[in-house]
Design a protein around this ligand. Structure first.
Ligand code: NAD
Ligand code: DAU
Length: 350
């Protein structure tokens, strides 16, 4: 019997990880610890909310006393840590919030785990979910490996890089069992529409301008979120202590090509004339410090643990568009209220 705290389980990737662990391992107790910020949404977990091995706890990882009490009460055997401020544009507007949640919050969790697990570190595990953005940006042909030096450029990636360093420090200094994975851009269901793919689907559907930063030439390596959740499962159960794995889709797309593809898919699904949705594409001022290209070399994960992506991008994108079209209520709920203010601040006069 294992008790696992999954942090950030009400967010995009976290909800897929929680669902996977709750349904695949009925013998585990899964505690979803989430503050329910603008990005956290319990509607993402409606289908499993009554599962007997699932519990939701609302709380802030920055609140040390709360975290210490939770660890003392629940006595978890493992932590899978996803809670974070995750959007680069918000980190440019409000970097301190990213330091608090991503750095201080991570150290609070590490410290609570260190104190609770003292003397039995070999039986416990702290899994930290990180990003490829810690490696910085690439030229035209190279790829990020686990040996690539950290070179973050945005406040978001700097805060994630810092948290990765703390996780490694707790392994090297105290002997805690830690594992880190660094993943490329995810897409799929329950993705908050501040990020490129769901924002574009939402805007195209609503016949609103689709903002493309700069010339749209930046490249991202897209992975279906359920493949990321499966990679986390595989790594959590099989990785050696103190190791790092890169996770990626071998699926690089220039932003503008990706948006054009989405426009073509939506023209068909919405019975529009070919080329109609593409008229919504609008070039806007570039993101400050915008990394040009990310690409993950996931050879280590494939060779050592046998993981590869399960579906092609075309399949995944089609599934994703279908999900948004048939979950209009979810999209409506998350784009009302504060989202409107956020959108105006980010995009008006850009
Ligand atoms: P998200 O923004 O959708 O969700 C983050 C979740 O964390 C939300 O449910 C939010 O309520 C919760 N949270 C935020 N601050 C908290 C706090 N102080 N205490 C407790 N909970 C808090 O993020 P996501 O896109 O699902 O990303 C999850 C993790 O994966 C992050 O650590 C991110 O850095 C990493 N990651 C994301 C991607 C991606 O493409 N989205 C890729 C690689 C790695
Ligand atoms: O690489 C992993 C990272 O991917 C994660 O760590 C982050 O949490 C996640 O948000 C994501 O970061 P990006 O900045 O790459 O994702 P985003 O969806 O914000 O942007 C993708 C690309 O699209 C990027 O080059 C910026 C561009 N973009 C984004 C938005 C929101 C636009 O052109 N227009 C937009 O409106």
């Amino acid at each position: 019997m294992k008790k696992i705290i999954i942090t950030g389980g009400a967010g995009f990737i976290g909800s897929h990880v929680v669902r996977r662990f709750v349904t695949t391992y009925p013998e585990y107790q899964i505690i979803n610890l989430d503050k329910l910020t603008y990005a956290g949404n319990l509607a993402n977990l409606k289908d499993i909310e009554n599962a007997p091995n699932y519990k939701f706890v609302k709380g802030d990882i920055v609140d040390l006393e709360f975290i210490n009490n939770l660890f003392a009460t629940e006595q978890p055997d493992a932590v899978v840590h996803l809670a974070a401020e995750s959007h680069v544009d918000r980190s440019i507007t409000n970097p301190l919030e990213f330091v608090m949640t991503n750095v201080v919050g991570t150290v609070n969790l590490l410290n609570a785990a260190k104190n609770l697990w003292k003397g039995e570190y070999d039986k416990k595990r702290f899994y930290h979910v990180s990003t490829d953005e810690v490696y910085g940006t690439l030229g035209e042909t190279d790829m990020f490996t686990e040996q690539t030096a950290y070179d973050p450029h945005s406040p978001y990636s700097a805060s994630k890089a810092s948290s990765d360093h703390f996780v490694r420090a707790y392994h090297d200094t105290y002997g805690m069992d830690t594992v880190i994975s660094n993943c490329s851009n995810n897409y799929g269901s329950y993705h908050f529409p501040e990020k490129l793919i769901p924002l574009a689907i939402h805007n195209i559907t609503e016949n609103k301008p689709v903002p493309v930063y700069g010339k749209g030439e930046n490249v991202r390596d897209w992975l279906w979120v359920e493949d990321h959740a499966r990679a986390i499962d595989v790594i959590f159960h099989n990785a050696a202590t103190g190791t790092t794995y890169n996770i990626g889709g071998h699926n690089e797309w220039k932003n503008i090509d990706l948006i054009q593809l989405l426009c073509r898919i939506l023209d068909k699904k919405l019975n529009r004339e070919e080329g109609e949705s593409a008229k919504l594409i609008t070039y806007v001022t570039d993101r400050a410090g915008h990394d040009l290209r990310y690409a993950i070399d996931a050879t280590k994960l494939k060779n050592e643990l046998g993981w590869t992506p399960s579906i092609t991008f075309e399949e995944g994108l089609e599934k994703t568009v279908d999900w948004y079209l048939s979950n209009n209520e979810w999209l409506k709920n998350v784009t009302s209220g504060h989202y409107q203010d956020y959108y105006s601040e980010q995009y008006n006069n850009r």
